[in-house]
Design a binder for this molecule. Structure first.
Ligand SMILES: *[C@@H]1O[C@H](CO)[C@@H](O)[C@H](O)[C@H]1NC(C)=O
Ligand SMILES: *[C@@H]1O[C@H](CO)[C@@H](O)[C@H](O)[C@H]1NC(C)=O
Ligand SMILES: *[C@@H]1O[C@H](CO)[C@@H](O)[C@H](O)[C@H]1NC(C)=O
Ligand SMILES: *[C@@H]1O[C@H](CO)[C@@H](O)[C@H](O)[C@H]1NC(C)=O
Ligand SMILES: *[C@@H]1O[C@H](CO)[C@@H](O)[C@H](O)[C@H]1NC(C)=O
Ligand SMILES: *[C@@H]1O[C@H](CO)[C@@H](O)[C@H](O)[C@H]1NC(C)=O
Length: 505
């Protein structure tokens, strides 16, 4: 909902690129993979969050970060400046062992998170907590070797752009901060959304001596390998539309063939370009279809109250004057969602210079391979199954190296999650909203007494960690309250343990 974010929906981006390269001559459509991200990318329908009141409490620092945590080669010791931000306004100090709430940056610059992520600032007074936000390597101002373009272009530098290095960065910075604030006994709670939520959950599993617990919001840790159905994402988008308006759903479902029908006329692409006021004349129908696909996915994923963007799209489609044809109605939905513009940029979701687009494309082409496809007739989209071999070929031609689709589950696990984590893990909240298409790869059952799933039926992507609003529905207020109470429970146990074990040493 904030400006230009999109941790999550980004992953999806990558696919787009592939499609541009590889599917242009093919008649079947392969859409872009939806983006991730706690915050929505396009903001046409929602006001920006202003945070002038809080911004003066945030202090920015740069930590001299080690490039490579896992080798002892000379170049491993190279360092780069990594940005983190601290807010100590509410902190009751090290002497009271007050907690540290940490937000894990994900696939974008940190700037928007300070105001866009509400969970930390909203709960800081209650916890008397120190707030810390850390930027993910290779995004924002935390770039090894100067410029992002140069770093990403260089195959040996880009090799250090992995989630394992990223969470090792977070561990190093957090230990540094604890030392700087003389807060050895202050428990750390890590919080992340979307890809950042996955990092938070994985961090708790890998670094229990650094973080006491994790809040992993809308973290699709099961959208890897064959853990979740490939069609899960678009099945939920479809369900959301159908639930909102049967007519809207039908119109969209019928529109794809209609686009093909118009396109097959002699000047079909010109007609479509005019009908959809595209900024540049369409070269192929794929660009239009993918643009529409991105709008529908984004609207469903970030279908936040009180504006409910999905209802805005359907309001446009259903509200078109009587007699408007199918494509006219689809376009009315675009205008309702994007706003009335002089023209519509089919590359809106796909700008090659966008840092999230660039970075996430590499991440998904190396380890974050999330197999998301369109099903056959269970969705309002034309069928386009995920094709792993094609994906691998495209990544290889882009980056020269082979993606490792099984690495995430090898390194972090995922198979038999309950069996494995039931006795091993503790203190993780997996929060979700079931209207979020990514919840199809989320953890939706309680795994143990303290590894829990807290979801809402009508919630959307990362909604629980966004800033509280007066207009929030009761179910959202309740979800957040549950999360806070669970974290308070972890802290209470920790303080008891601290007394007991500290006395003995
Ligand atoms: C914190 O505790 C130390 C050692 O007990 C003491 O010297 C210091 O004054 C305390 N600081 C505050 C702010 O209370
Ligand atoms: C890639 O970066 C390394 C490390 O800075 C440098 O030695 C190498 O020359 C770079 N390669 C290219 C092709 O720029
Ligand atoms: C959109 O803007 C154009 C030009 O500013 C205006 O003529 C048109 O009526 C507007 N359409 C809607 C639906 O507001
Ligand atoms: C569509 O679904 C129906 C039943 O749900 C099935 O019988 C039919 O074969 C499916 N068609 C395709 C093209 O998958
Ligand atoms: C899991 O446990 C928590 C805490 O007891 C509870 O709030 C939540 O509703 C449970 N989730 C499910 C899916 O049962
Ligand atoms: C979810 O939203 C639907 C449609 O607005 C409503 O009918 C339903 O009661 C809501 N469910 C919950 C659990 O809030």
């Amino acid at each position: 909902m904030n400006k230009a974010m999109g941790f999550l929906r980004h992953s999806f981006h990558q696919l787009l690129l592939f499609s541009l390269i590889s599917f242009s001559c093919v008649s079947g459509t392969q859409f872009s993979i939806p983006r991730l991200g706690a915050l929505r990318r396009t903001t046409r329908t929602e006001p920006k969050i202003t945070s002038t009141s809080v911004s003066k409490d945030f202090k920015t620092f740069f930590y001299s970060q080690t490039l490579d945590h896992f080798n002892y080669r000379p170049e491993s010791y190279t360092t780069f400046p990594q940005r983190y931000v601290v807010n100590s306004k509410y902190w009751s100090g090290a002497n009271s062992s007050a907690p540290i709430l940490v937000f894990f940056g994900a696939e974008e610059a940190l700037d928007n998170d300070l105001s866009g992520i509400g969970f930390l600032t909203d709960n800081a007074p209650r916890f008397k907590a120190l707030l810390v936000y850390i930027e993910h390597r290779f995004y924002g101002k935390s770039i090894p070797f100067g410029s992002r373009e140069a770093a990403l272009r260089n195959a040996s530098i880009r090799g250090y752009f992995t989630s394992a290095q990223a969470i090792a960065d977070y561990a190093a910075i957090l230990l540094h901060i604890k030392k700087a604030f003389s807060s050895k006994n202050s428990p750390v709670i890590v919080i992340g959304g979307s890809y950042g939520g996955m990092l938070a959950a994985w961090f708790r599993l890998k670094y229990p001596h650094v973080a006491l617990g994790a809040l992993a919001s809308s973290a699709p840790i099961l959208y890897f390998d064959d853990l979740a159905p490939q069609v899960g994402y678009y099945a939920i988008v479809t369900k959301d539309f159908k639930e909102t308006s049967e007519g809207c759903y039908e119109t969209i479902r019928e529109s794809w063939d209609e686009i093909d029908k118009v396109a097959s006329k002699s000047n079909g692409l010109s007609i479509l370009s005019m009908k959809f006021k595209t900024c540049k004349k369409l070269k192929r129908t794929f660009d239009l279809k993918d643009y529409l696909d991105s709008i529908y996915s984004e609207a469903a994923q970030y279908d936040h109250p009180p504006t409910y963007p999905l209802s805005i799209v359907c309001g446009g489609i259903d509200g078109a004057p009587k007699g408007t044809d199918i494509l006219g109605r689809i376009f009315a939905g675009v205008v309702a969602y994007m706003g009335n513009k002089s023209c519509y940029d089919m590359n809106e979701y796909n700008h090659p210079t966008d840092e999230t687009y660039m970075g996430w494309r590499w991440q998904t082409c190396s380890e974050m391979v999330m197999p998301i496809g369109h099903g056959n007739n269970d969705s309002m989209f034309p069928p386009a199954p995920f094709n792993l071999n094609k994906f691998i070929r495209k990544c290889k031609s882009l980056f020269g190296v082979q993606p490792q689709p099984h690495w995430v589950t090898t390194y972090y696990g995922g198979h038999d999650l309950k069996l494995i984590l039931h006795r091993f893990a503790s203190n993780i909240i997996f929060s979700n909203g079931l209207r979020d298409p990514y919840s199809s790869g989320g953890v939706l059952e309680n795994i143990s007494g303290s590894v829990v799933a807290v979801y809402t039926i009508n919630g959307s992507h990362c909604l629980d960690i966004l800033p509280e609003k007066k207009s929030d529905p009761q179910w959202l207020v309740k979800q957040r309250k549950t999360e806070v109470q669970i974290i308070e429970g972890w802290l209470a146990k920790y303080y008891t343990d601290l007394l007991e074990f500290r006395d003995r040493t």
